[in-house]
Design a protein around this ligand. Structure first.
Ligand code: FFB
Ligand code: ZN
Length: 230
């Protein structure tokens, strides 16, 4: 999604408040499209509030999208530039809806924080995830993941863009308040290569490397992208 060119500063936008409980972390698994870390969302223990949001939203999972090479991989662009990967932290409006499944179908149902990954320094926090990837190489493999604080993957800089959008995979429902952080996090080549060692395929099938698992850019149409910064 082409950010920045068509964004307008909105002085009313508040800072996003993030409070995650690292012990709500459950497991990390390969679902055949990406790898995701899932959280116990049976109570308001890991939540975000503020920013463009009316309610507080509960963290359910986070996952990534990445390319086969460093030239592309992200699902949003800034100044027509792709990043090699993009992190999505998926939250749902448990104030308004009883389940995630129902929230997915509603305009104010989901809030996804997007964080760009750029090639650079080694990322200590990400390495904990990277070390677990060989154990979930194949589709539908899962390992327990006891404690992880996803805040370590979110840049300090408070600046973000926000727009009303959709899931980037089927059913593509228009239920997502996108909150894209302006500042990327830096990861090193070995860490990106570790993502590319995952497989789309199950054990025993002909191996297909899990790469280019991003949705192609979509036209902005008449949507407004707001920025929290000037
Ligand atoms: N890349 S992203 O835009 O951040 C994105 C975030 C979450 C999902 C997701 O939860 N899919 C599975 C899923 C559904 F697609 C449903 F429609 C539903 F009801 C679910 F319960 C469910 F888990 C898909 C894409
Ligand atoms: Zn995603």
């Amino acid at each position: 999604h082409p950010l920045w060119q068509n964004s307008v500063y909105d002085p009313v936008l508040k800072p996003l408040k993030i409070s995650y409980d690292p012990t709500t972390c459950l497991h990390i698994w390969n679902n055949g499209y990406s790898f995701l870390v899932e959280f116990d969302d049976s109570a308001d223990r890991s939540i975000i509030v503020g920013g463009p949001l009316e309610n507080q939203y509960r963290l359910k999972q986070f996952h990534f999208h990445w390319g086969a090479i460093n030239e592309w991989g992200s699902e949003h662009t800034v100044d027509c530039k792709f990043y090699p990967a993009e992190l999505h932290l998926v939250h749902w409006n448990a104030v308004a809806y009883p389940t995630f499944e129902e929230a997915v179908m509603e305009g104010d149902g989901l809030a996804v924080i997007g964080v760009f990954l750029k090639l650079g320094a080694h990322h200590e926090g990400l390495q904990t995830l990277v070390d677990a990837l060989p154990a979930i190489k194949h589709k539908d493999t899962v390992i327990e993941f006891d404690v992880f604080d996803p805040s370590c993957l979110i840049p300090q800089c408070p600046d973000y863009w926000t727009y009303a959008g959709s899931l980037t995979t089927p059913p593509l429902t228009e239920s997502v308040t996108w909150i894209i952080k302006k500042q990327p996090i830096e990861v090193d080549e070995n860490q990106l290569e570790a993502f590319r060692m995952l497989l789309f395929t199950s054990d025993g099938e002909e191996e297909k490397r899990m790469v280019d698992n991003f949705r192609p850019l979509q036209p902005l149409m008449n949507r407004t992208v707001r920025s929290s910064f000037q």
